[in-house]
Write a new protein. Sequence first.
Lengths: 253, 245
Amino acid sequence: MNSSTNNRSGVSLQVHGLRKSFDDEEVLRGIDFEVQPGEIFVIMGPSGSGKSVLLKHLIGLEMPDEGEILINGESIQSPEIAAKYRMAMVFQSGALLNSLTVGENVGLYLSEHRLKPPEEIARIVAEKLEAVGLKDTVDKMPNELSGGMKKRVAIARALVIEPQLILYDEPTSELDPISAAVISEEILKLKERIHVTSLIVSHDRDLAFGIADRIAVIGEGRIITIGPPDEVKRFNDPAVQNFLHADFQRESK
Amino acid sequence: MFENVGEILLLFWRTVLALPLAWRQRQKVFDQFFEIGNASLLMVCVLSFFIGAVIALQTGPVLVERGLASAVGGIVGISLAKELAPVMMAILIAGRIGSAMAAEIGSMRVYQEIDALRTMNINPIHYLVLPRLLAIAIALPMLVVFSILVGWLGGALVAEANSHIAIPFQAFFANLRDIVGLEDVANGVFKSFCFAIIIGVVSCHQGLVTIGGPRGIGRSVTKAVVNSIILIVIFDYLLTRILLK
């Protein structure tokens, strides 16, 4: 999302009464929550609970049947308002363009919108890749990278936009514990460095309880509870407790 | 196919509206143009040579037997220029390039690359469809001109070499020049331009509406090629009727 504003701090996000159905299936059944500027807000829930659909609404890839999404109190359904704020999304798969090099992927927003001359774009790309610890990958193709590296490149690509709001879709899924920890650290560092608002959709309990300022648990298209991690941990609801404490235990013979 | 006609027309119209941005996308147009030429030139050459050769072989002995040897060059020339080169090359390009377009865009759709473009405020029509449509609209007519020339050469060589026809090379082309005019070649080139638009829009549309995983991409590729060929044949009749003097 483009912007002309020079405001580098995070934005607030409000979601009111969001509903969405696909054919006869109601995926979102009235979602309400607010995210404060600079906050790390994690939405957790089991697979199929509507997390990714919610995220697509927030970035404008889906339109709601009912309800509204406000950024700093302004509805993003108006294209002018959506263009006023800088938003970026880190997709679950990274969604890097496979036909472009890592450097071209990271600089794509600047080059396509002709916002900077090529030398300046190269400098910014190198700077953002260095910020995610991948400065030597600029000429590599995405298929030469591991899953964790792809996600870090996707974060670098999001950083080029200088976002006020970053949406992450399952940032640690399919990653080994070390890569997952690196990604979690990157998200925290970004908050400290540029005070960006981060909204993360994940079912990774370690990530959520490790870095979130607040957590929302979603189930069957509704928010079950919202609060700081300790409060959510203690929330007395069987669905939430099952989700937070689900574990596999091998029966002893 | 026909339930998507509205969407296909809308995509075409939006691409036409994006034409002022063509210069900005010139590098991508050139890359696609190179890809089309590089992937197709040899096949076009072989196919055209043998189409010309087989028309000469089929019509030559019959016409010579009836004392119409002087018509062989004209028949081979006009059938290639007005009908066979545009239609056969369009079908070849639909299979070779249309399928690649649908597969590439379909895979980008399935693996969320197109969603990623949208989140960066990059219009997929400007970034993906416009360069492909422009490249194929320039490349296919050029390939058809090349195909016509190679086809004529194939026909002339067979007409001279085959003992049942035995028309000298120069006589074949002299007759061809008498019958085939520049407007006949222009007629075929115009048809091929229309077919190129059909292949480009149908294949890009099919890629953009791909759903599912690898099976969905496969389905899109098949639909892109089949729908393009059906529309090429239908439009071939309509254009021939319109261009008939």
